[in-house]
Design a protein around this ligand. Structure first.
Ligand code: S3P
Length: 442
C-alpha cells in the first residue's frame, strides 16, 4: 500500500495541463465502439478507470490500439456485440461499469461485470431497473451490487424513464441501450446532469434533443438506430482534476497558476461558480470549442474567501467537487452550507462522512446531516496543526483533497493508500510538484 505526505508549501505558480476529462474519455471509447469504422482519440485520460473501460471493450471483441500517443478504435456498429461468459472487471469505475451495462443491453451478448471493494458496495439497482424495461435480462435482478450478469437484446424496447436522481450515469446507460432500439428513448431527470453523452452522440450524427419541462425537470429524447459516422475526437482537460491545483492555489498565500485547455461545460462548472461567489480570484481566457465542448484556460490566485450556502440545484454540476470545496471552506470567513448532497454517500466512499471525519481530525467543526453538510470556516489567518494520517478508502478525490489541505497545515498530512489517485489523475503528484506543492510519495 503506497502513501503520500503533503507539507506546508509557499507560493504555487506556473502554467500546467491536467489530463483529459474522465467522463468524456469513457464516452469516446464506448460511443467510438458503436460507430462503423475507425476513429482516433487524442488526449484520452490514461487512468485506471478509463483503461478498465478500454480493456472491457477489448474483451468484448473491439479492436483498440495506441499508436504514438493517439488511441485508435475500430467501431463495430450499433448492436453488434456477441458471445456469452465475458468477464468485465471495471475496477473502481462507477461510470465504466454503468455505461457498459447500457452498451450490453443493446446487443445480443451476455457478460458478468465485477469491480473492486469500493465499486462492489455502490448501488446498481438504479441501472438495473431501467435496463430491465428495455428487455435486458439480469441473473439476479434484485441484486443491488456487483458482480452482475446481464444479457442484452439485439433490439431493445424503446423506453421512457423518469430517473429519481439527476445522474449522468443513469441517463447515459439508458441512452446507450436506446441506440439499438427501433423507436425513441426518453429519459426525464429532475435536473440536467452532465451532457457529454448527448453532445458526443450529436457530433457522431444522432438525433437527440433536451427540453426543459415546466416543473424544471429535463427530458432527453434519442431517436434509435442512428447512422453514427466516425470522426476524430480531441479530449479537453478534466475540470474535476483541475479543481485540485486551483483550490490549492486559492488557499496557499501568494499563489498564481493557470490550468490550460479545461472543459468548461456549464454542467460541470458548479465548483467554479461557488468559488467565485466565495470571492475567489478565478478567470477564464482563450475560450473555444472542441468537438462540441466549450474549453478555456483557467487562472486562479490566492484569495480571501467567504462562506456561502450552496443550493441543491447546483449538486449535479459539482457532484465530484464537494470534497475539495470543503477544503476551501476551511479558510473561509463564516460557514459554508452544502444542501441536498445525499448522492455523495453513494460515491467511491461516503464522501459526507469521510470529509466530516477527516476535517474533525484537523480541528475543523462540521455539521453532518443525512443530505447536507456545514463546514465552520476558520478564516484566512487560521492555523491548522496537521500531523495526522487519513485513509483514502479507495476514493481518489478524498485522497487528493486531504493532500491539498496538507499544503497549509503546520505539520504534514499523510494519506494512506494513494494508488487510488491513478483512477482519475495519474499525474497528480508531478503536476502538483511542478507548481511548487510539497507532496511526496512515501
Ligand atoms: C459521471 C457522472 C457522475 C460523477 C462521476 C462521473 C459520468 O455520477 O460523479 O464521477 O461520467 O457520467 P452521477 O451522474 O451518477 O452522479
Amino acid at each position: 500500500m503506497n502513501s503520500m505526505s503533503s507539507c506546508k508549501s509557499t507560493r504555487l505558480s506556473g502554467n500546467i495541463a491536467v489530463p483529459g476529462d474522465k467522463s468524456i474519455s469513457h464516452r469516446a471509447l464506448i460511443i467510438g465502439s458503436l460507430v462503423t469504422g475507425k476513429l482516433k482519440i487524442n488526449n484520452l485520460l490514461e487512468s485506471e478507470d478509463v483503461i478498465a473501460t478500454a480493456n472491457a471493450l477489448k474483451t468484448l471483441g473491439l479492436k483498440i490500439n495506441k499508436i504514438n500517443n493517439v488511441w485508435e478504435i475500430f467501431g463495430n456498429g450499433i448492436g453488434n456485440l456477441s458471445g456469452s461468459n465475458h468477464h468485465l472487471d471495471l475496477g473502481n469505475s462507477g461510470t465504466g461499469s454503468r455505461l457498459i451495462m447500457g452498451l450490453l443491453a443493446g446487443s445480443d451478448v451476455e457478460a458478468t461485470i465485477t469491480g473492486d471493494a469500493s465499486l462492489s458496495k455502490r448501488p446498481m439497482k438504479r441501472i438495473i431497473k431501467p435496463l430491465l424495461k428495455t428487455g435486458a435480462i439480469f441473473k439476479d435482478s434484485n441484486n443491488d451490487h456487483l458482480p452482475i450478469t446481464i444479457k442484452g437484446s439485439k433490439i431493445p424496447l424503446p423506453i421512457e424513464y423518469h430517473s429519481p436522481v439527476a445522474s449522468a450515469q443513469i441517463k447515459s446507460s439508458i441512452l446507450l441501450a436506446g441506440l439499438s432500439s427501433t423507436g425513441n428513448t426518453t429519459v426525464i431527470e429532475p435536473s440536467l446532469s452532465r451532457d457529454h453523452t448527448e453532445r458526443m452522440l450529436k457530433c457522431f450524427g444522432a438525433n437527440i434533443s433536451s427540453t426543459k419541462m415546466s416543473d424544471h425537470s429535463w427530458k432527453i429524447t434519442l431517436e434509435g438506430l442512428p447512422d453514427l459516422k466516425p470522426f476524430d475526437i480531441e479530449i479537453p482537460s478534466d475540470p474535476s482534476s483541475a479543481a485540485f491545483p486551483i483550490v490549492a492555489s486559492l488557499i496557499t498565500p501568494d499563489s498564481d497558476i493557470k490550468v490550460l485547455n479545461v472543459c468548461v461545460n456549464d454542467l460541470r462548472m458548479g465548483l467554479y461558480q461557488c468559488l467565485i461567489e466565495m470571492g475567489a480570484n478565478i478567470s477564464f481566457s482563450n475560450r473555444r470549442q472542441i468537438n462540441g465542448e466549450p474549453v478555456a484556460d483557467i487562472s486562479a490566485s490566492y484569495s480571501i474567501l467567504n462562506g456561502i450556502t450552496i443550493p441543491e440545484s447546483r449538486v449535479a454540476s459539482m457532484i465530484d467537487e464537494y470534497p475539495i470545496l470543503s477544503v476551501a471552506a476551511i479558510k473561509a470567513k463564516g460557514n459554508t452550507t452544502m444542501k441536498g448532497i445525499e448522492e455523495l454517500r453513494f460515491k467511491e466512499t461516503d464522501r459526507i462522512s469521510a470529509m466530516c471525519e477527516g476535517l474533525g481530525l484537523v480541528g475543523v467543526n462540521t455539521i453532518e446531516n443525512k443530505d447536507s453538510m456545514v463546514i465552520v470556516g476558520k478564516g484566512p489567518n487560521c492555523s491548522l496543526n496537521g500531523n495526522l494520517t487519513i485513509k483514502s478508502n479507495l476514493d481518489h478525490r478524498i485522497a487528493m483533497s486531504f493532500l491539498c489541505l496538507g499544503l497549509i497545515t503546520d505539520n504534514p498530512i499523510i494519506v494512506e493508500d494513494t494508488d487510488t489517485i491513478n483512477s482519475s489523475f495519474p499525474t497528480f503528484l508531478q503536476t502538483m510538484n511542478k507548481i511548487g506543492a510539497k507532496i511526496n510519495q512515501l
